[in-house]
Design a protein around this ligand. Structure first.
Ligand SMILES: Nc1ncnc2c1ncn2[C@@H]1O[C@H](COP(=O)(O)OP(=O)(O)OP(=O)(O)O)[C@@H](O)[C@H]1O
Length: 233
């Protein structure tokens, strides 16, 4: 379980997180939803150990983010972080050198499934292919925690479908925790067990997707519209 307890993070005059309290349950897929600037990327970076709270605490199975917790986390950032001068195969070798949980068989299978080739130069491939290459590197590890920051953003519909299938393909329910940040809930509604809605640096609604749907008799898309258009629920 990953828990945020009253976490605040300020960048200059911008409060990215404002006493955010939320729980990402273990072994589940959590949809981490919210408009631009609501604090999703800041939260994921905090779990990945790339930034620290100004106040409050973040605990991953009871431990503060550290070099040790990083070993169990596969993080797919929103930005295009692949080195353009590498081929996909070189980027894979580079990633592999950092992590003990690299699974070569999974890498080969996913490469085939995503219709990528190790010899493809990153600077020459399309945006959709780069998104798939990022996913390939993330899911070729057997990480206990997978953080996907906007994995579908700016990607065409067929590639989106492939990305969703990749997420479902090897997911180890109960063992692996996946957090997917997005503002496009439609694509992931069928995939997620849990949901957290962020607004202005706070988690404003969270819970099991199925329970929220039945309690409120609404789809998550409708619920999202209600949360963000009226600001109360
Ligand atoms: N390193 C930084 N320096 C300055 N401001 C930052 C930094 N990182 C985030 N912010 C600001 O903090 C706020 C929250 O940003 P964050 O990226 O966490 O939101 P988000 O929900 O992920 O949004 P998006 O969907 O646009 O990525 C924004 O106003 C953003 O501009």
């Amino acid at each position: 379980m990953i828990g945020f307890q009253e976490v605040t993070k300020q960048f200059g005059s911008t409060r990215a997180l404002d006493q955010a309290t939320m729980v990402f349950p273990k072994g589940k897929i959590t949809g981490f939803l919210g408009p631009n600037g609501s604090g999703k990327s800041t939260s994921l970076k905090m779990i990945a150990g790339l930034n620290r709270p100004d106040s409050g605490s973040v605990l991953i199975d009871g431990h503060r983010p550290s070099v040790e917790t990083k070993k169990d986390i596969a993080y797919l950032p929103e930005i295009d972080h692949l080195y353009p001068w590498m081929t996909i195969g070189e980027a894979a070798d580079f990633t592999k050198s950092f992590y003990e949980d690299w699974d070569h068989n999974k890498y080969m299978e996913l490469m085939d499934f995503l219709q990528l080739e190790p010899s493809m130069p990153i600077k020459k491939i399309s945006k959709g292919m780069r998104a798939k290459a990022k996913l390939l590197l993330t899911f070729s590890r057997d990480a206990k925690i997978v953080l996907l920051d906007e994995p579908l953003s700016g990607i065409d519909i067929l590639t989106r479908e492939q990305i969703i299938q990749t997420i479902i393909r090897d997911y180890r329910a109960g063992e692996q925790s996946i957090i997917i940040s997005t503002h496009e809930i439609q694509e992931i509604e069928g995939l997620i067990d849990e949901v957290i809605f962020m607004d202005r640096g706070r988690a404003v609604l969270q819970g099991e997707a199925e329970i929220l749907r039945s309690e409120r008799n609404k789809s998550l898309v409708e619920l999202m519209k209600e949360v963000y258009h009226h600001g109360n629920f």
